[in-house]
Design a protein around this ligand. Sequence first.
Ligand SMILES: [Mg+2]
Length: 259
Amino acid sequence: MPIRGCLIDLDGTIYSAGTLIEGAVAAIEQLRAAGYQLLFLTNTDSQLPETLAAKLQARQIPIQAHEIMNPLQAIATYLADTDPNLYILAPQIVKTWLEQQYPPKPEEPVSHVVLGHCGDVDGYASLNLAFRHLLQGAEFLVSQPGRNYLSNTGLNLDTGAFAALLEYASQIQPTILGKPTKTFFEQAMQALNLSADEVVVVGDDLTTDIVGAANSGMASVWLRTGKGQDQTLTPSMAQPTWILESIAELPALLAEVNN
Ligand SMILES: [Mg+2]
C-alpha cells in the first residue's frame, strides 16, 4: 500500500526549544501539495487543540486546530460509547470542555476518574477524592504517561507521576490514552480514515513516537532533531523504519518510497 497519511509529532519535530526547525514549514507545505493527509500528534494535555494551533499560527506555522490530536480528544473519543459521570483532575479549560460533552450527574456514582495535567490541581483533597472514587469502582483514565517535562524554569512533575501516585494507593491500573499507546495511534489513523499500512509516524522521540508506531503496526521515521539528537538507538528498542536528519527530508523520502 502506498503511504497516504503522516502522523507527525510537534515538539522536537516542527519546533525545538522554542525555535522553528529549519525547513519544517516548507516540508508541511510540500506534503500537503503532494496530497498527503496530515495529523499532528502531541502528548500536551494542559491545553486544547485550539490553543495549541493559535500558538503555532502566531509563530507562522500553518497548522489548524482540527489537524491536531492530543490525549484529551482521545479521552473524549474513548468515552463516546459510554454514558459517563466523570471526576476530572485537569486544568479548568479542559474540565469545562469535557463537561460540555459529558455533563456531570451529581446524584450518580462516578464512572470514570479522568487524570490530565495536574498543574492547577488544588492539592491533597482533590487527589484523595479521586483515590476514593477509584476504590468505589470508577475506571481510571490517564491522558499520558510522562514522568516529567521541561519548562523554562526547569523540570516539572508530569501527569504520569500523579497517575503512579493514585495507582500505588488504589492498586487500580489506569488506562492510558496518549502516546505511545496503541489506542492513541489507532484513533489517529481512524481520524484520517486510513489503515495502519497507509500511514507513517514521524517524530524525534524513540520512546513515544517510534514505540507507538511499533505498537500499532505502522511504519515510522525517527528524526535526529529535538530529543533525537541525544537518544541512542539500541538493538533491544523498537526500531524506526527510516532515520532522517530532520523533517525537511521527509517529502523526498515519501516520494521515493511511494514511487
Ligand atoms: Mg517530540
